[in-house]
Design a protein around this ligand. Structure first.
Ligand SMILES: [Ca+2]
Ligand SMILES: [Ca+2]
Length: 283
């Protein structure tokens, strides 16, 4: 063989070898250095409601997830934003951590557990996924809408038995709170039944409405024994509290399901004792 041809052939083999090796090196580098791949579904707006505990499995948004990734909120380049009744604000991870948190960095369990209206709204949260093998990472932004719900007003005290002595002017205070400050609260007493002591000359369930209920502030009402006479007996009422008719606090709320005039009731027992009876007969 012509030595010149042999040399050219050897040079061609070397060049091909270099090209293949270079290609493999590039391909290998891309394979090794590529960060996790977020699927397109990661930026979809996810919705939950106040009072519902919502779990989001972040790993389900990783294409080809193999258990070798950790997840974290990363605000170095992108802020968390919160849109509520007052506007849109940048907030820190610590500010929302009481109700929005990644509980398990390895499985990507992001949990939202909003329990108050002032934890609701629209959140954009930058999430970083990092390979455990080479620390390559990739970020994306998740959007969560947390709808507000109107909570029932609640009695501040669990007291259900109230005692009077006939002719007395003592009064009882009923205290209420409402999470959304939907005031004023409407208070009502609805008769269930009453029984009178012997000798009063009254039939059961007659002349039951001898109590007055007067609202004295947004959160307080006073129950009084309003009659003086032969009222000795036992009276049962439903005591109800209804919050004021106010709608959604912001756009992250479904007005058709944001219930208004929420009402809480409790069955209460009013004892009216004669002057001679012991008030030790409570209950
Ligand atoms: Ca609420
Ligand atoms: Ca309420």
């Amino acid at each position: 063989m012509n030595p010149l041809i042999k040399r050219r052939k050897n040079r061609g083999v070397s060049l091909n070898f270099l090209l293949i090796a270079f290609g493999l090196l590039i391909g290998f580098s891309v394979f090794v250095l590529a960060g996790p791949s977020w699927g397109s579904s990661s930026t979809v707006n996810y919705t939950t409601d106040e009072e519902d505990v919502y779990y989001h499995n972040l790993s389900a948004n990783i294409t080809g997830y193999g258990g070798d990734i950790t997840f974290a909120i990363n605000t170095i380049g992108t802020n968390i934003t919160w849109t509520n009744a007052s506007g849109t604000f940048n907030v820190t991870e610590a500010e929302i951590s009481p109700w929005i948190k990644i509980y398990d960095i390895n499985t990507g369990n992001l949990t939202i557990n909003a329990t108050y209206d002032n934890q609701t709204g629209f959140f954009t949260i930058p999430i970083q996924a990092t390979n455990t093998t080479d620390e390559e990472f990739a970020g994306t932004v998740f959007e969560f809408q947390v709808n507000a719900t109107n909570d029932f007003p609640v009695f501040s005290s669990s007291q259900t038995v109230y005692n009077w002595t006939r002719d007395s002017y003592s009064e009882y205070e009923i205290n209420v709170t409402d999470e959304e400050f939907h005031y004023p609260i409407n208070y009502t007493l609805t008769q269930v039944n009453c029984t009178h002591a012997e000798g009063t000359g009254r039939d059961d369930n007659q002349n039951c409405t001898i109590f007055s209920l007067t609202e004295t502030s947004n959160t307080t009402a006073i129950v009084n024994l309003s009659a003086i006479g032969d009222e000795v007996g036992v009276y049962w009422f439903n005591l109800t509290i209804t919050d004021f008719n106010l709608g959604c606090p912001h756009s992250s709320c479904v007005s058709s399901t944001y219930e208004v005039n929420r009402t809480t009731y409790k069955l209460v027992k009013f004892n009216v004792f004669s002057n001679a009876e012991s008030k030790g007969e409570h209950g």
